[in-house]
Structures are given as C-alpha cells and as structure tokens.
Design a protein. Structure first.
Length: 190
C-alpha cells in the first residue's frame, strides 16, 4: 500500500489558507510576510520532491498551482510526477498541458484504490477541504507540518471539525528553527 502524506504550512491555530499570497484572504502571504526566512527550515520541501512519486490535490489547489508550478525551478521534479486531482466538477479540458500526466479522481473510493496500487508515497499539497475528507475517511498516513508561530484567527483549517473518534498521531521527526518555525512529521496510528 502506498503512503499518503499531507504536507502543509500551518499557523499555530491551524490555519492553512493562502500561505503563498493567494488573493481573497485577509492574511494572505503569511508564510513570507510575517516570519523571517530561514533556509534550513525548508529542507523537508526538497525531501518531499525526492521521496514522493505522485501528487494528490483538490480542484481549488490544482487551479492555484497549475498556472505557476510547472515553470518554477524549485518544483521541477513535480513537473514529471503523475498528478491526481480529486474533483466532481473539474473537466479534462481544464487541465493544463505543460505539467505532465494528470488524472481526475471523482471520489474518495478512487483515492483509496490509488493507495492500493504499486508505487511510492503520494504527497498532498494544499487542499484544505480534501484534507478534511481524507482524514475523516482514514486515508492519510503521515503529516509533514511546518508550523508557524502565528495566530491567524479566521481561515481555512487543516483539520476537520467532524465529530469522530480520537485519531492518534506519533511524532517521528521534529525540529525548531531560529525564527520559531517548527517542523513536525507525524505518522497516523491506524
């Protein structure tokens, strides 16, 4: 079974909305406007590209990333990696042609079937709503979190508010950086 890894920039109060400056959110761009950049804190981002074999995202994240990421040198490995977009509304004609193989999945059952295929880890970028659904369905195996020392208040959150049984996590890697950023790698205990 393939490992499904959710990776996120997250504020201390759980907000993941618009970390890179996407429009429409009051605190948009909080990852680079509010906290000093420390290169060593982002080592995990390079490692994710080297270790992942596919990308999974929701429609909204696909629509944000697909016009930008294909031409960014720092995401070069992702260009050749298979991409999967979970959406009930996205159509084939809306997929970009310069970002490699992209498959639309229509349900969480299709995500579960993808996990059953041969291959290495699948990385989930962004996609707050998709993260909620994946977590609630028990499909996430690991979290890679860069936790920012910020309280953003309102905004999309990484974790759902569904009333469900306790989900245990095991901390397998962590580090704190000089700017207050914390790396937390947590395995979901199934």
């Amino acid at each position: 079974m393939r490992t499904l890894i959710s990776t996120a920039f997250v504020s201390l109060d759980g907000v993941v909305e618009a970390p890179g400056g996407e429009p429409g959110y009051r605190n948009s761009g909080w990852t680079f406007k509010e906290v000093e950049f420390v290169p060593e804190a982002f080592e995990i981002k390079e490692r994710e590209q080297q270790e992942s074999t596919a990308i999974l995202m929701g429609r909204v994240s696909y629509e944000v990333f697909s016009p930008v990421w294909p031409d960014m040198a720092e995401f070069a490995r992702y260009k050749t990696m298979p991409k999967y977009v979970v959406s009930t509304t996205l159509t084939e004609d809306k997929l970009v042609s310069n970002w490699g193989e992209t498959t639309i999945l229509r349900s969480l059952d299709e995500v579960a079937a993808l996990k059953e295929t041969d291959g290495g880890p699948i990385i989930v970028h962004g996609s707050a709503s998709l993260n909620h659904a994946l977590s609630d369905a028990g499909l996430i195996d690991r979290y890679h979190l860069l936790v920012y020392p910020l309280l953003l208040g309102a905004g999309k959150r990484l974790f759902s508010t569904t009333d469900k049984d306790t989900q245990k996590l095991k901390l397998v890697e962590h580090e704190v950086y000089s700017n207050g950023l914390q790396k937390q790698v947590l395995d979901v205990v199934h």
